[in-house]
Design a protein around this ligand. Structure first.
Ligand SMILES: NC(=O)CC[C@H](N)C(=O)O
Length: 298
């Protein structure tokens, strides 16, 4: 099992509702995965600022004084918004790499969930309803978002093992299924310089797409490659700063349903995830074909 939801907005007037719509979709999928839940939200772009979403098992200790210490290390203004075990650090774009390096020096136990221009990732063990309320996801606005509720198959039930996985700037991936060649692929990707935080198969798929896009492919082309290079079962939903993609393996035994109107594109593991979306009764609804890439871009 595992439940996936995704929402890519075409109509800007829906953006303030993105978090609320996605939260409802994800909570509806709770019985597909009770282990952990997570959500990636692509918010408004800022010309000058980038952001890093971090997680700590001891937030009171790790986040105390961090803003001042980072400002001192980087020689520039930084803002930190704390949300439970997570915090979003906003900093000048040209300080993103230096910021990540300073973070691992200053707070070695902090984990980076995502970094980039617009992405924020929140994920924890527990049920979707608890995860979305803990991080106030319903109040978030954005252009697109992806959610996942996990029933673990390949690695431990931990915060880092929860989906979405982010292995590149503004990228994320969620997965329903299990890969059979992830250990070999992880070794190859490590030789190419990719770093891994978990033993999870889905993290390898995310890193595979990051590595392919680093070679110059767009998300759609990287997903085409995944159909050939990844063995096992998968329905993937992936996001980039401006893109949203879906692909299933050639057997496509993991369920998937999509809906499109002139206001949005939506994905659910099952149709019941989509029933509360505005205008769903007149949407074009279809089951994505096996081994076929679906890809939208703003
Ligand atoms: N049930 C699933 O689809 C699990 C997805 C993935 N293999 C994981 O363990 O996280």
């Amino acid at each position: 099992m595992c439940g996936i939801v995704g929402l890519f907005l075409k109509d800007k007037s829906l953006e303030p509702q993105l978090g609320a719509l996605l939260s409802t979709m994800l909570v509806t999928m709770t019985d597909r995965g009770p282990d952990s839940a997570g959500i990636a939200i692509y918010g408004a772009a800022d010309d000058r600022e980038a952001k890093i979403t971090v997680q700590s098992a001891t937030p009171a200790k790790d986040f105390a004084g961090l803003e001042v210490e980072l400002e001192r290390a980087l020689g520039t203004g930084v803002t930190i918004e704390i949300k439970s075990t997570h915090a979003v650090i906003s900093l000048p774009k040209d300080k993103l790499e230096a910021g990540r390096a300073a973070l691992s020096e200053l707070r070695p136990d902090i984990r980076v969930m995502s970094s980039g221009d617009t992405i924020e990732i929140y994920k924890e063990t527990g049920l979707p309803k608890d995860v979305v309320s803990r991080f106030a996801v319903a109040s978030m606005s954005g252009t697109h978002g992806i959610g996942h509720t996990r029933m673990a198959t390949e690695s431990a039930v931990t915060t880092l093992g929860a989906h979405p996985f982010s292995t590149g700037s503004d990228q994320c991936l969620v997965h329903n299924g299990s890969l059979s060649n992830h250990n070999n692929l992880r070794r190859e990707l490590k030789h190419q310089g990719m770093r891994f935080e978990t033993e999870n198969d889905s993290e390898v798929a995310a890193a595979y797409l990051t590595a392919e896009m680093a070679k110059g492919k767009n998300l759609g082309e990287a997903l085409e490659g995944a159909v050939d290079d990844l063995d096992g079962f998968f329905t993937f939903v992936v996001g980039t700063k401006s893109g949203f993609g879906v692909v299933r393996d050639a057997i496509a035994c993991k369920p998937a349903i999509m809906a499109e109107t002139d206001r949005y594109v939506a994905f659910g593991s099952e149709y019941r995830a989509l029933v509360n979306l505005p205008g769903i009764d007149t949407a074009r609804v279809w089951e994505p074909e096996p081994a076929t890439v679906y890809f939208w871009e703003h």
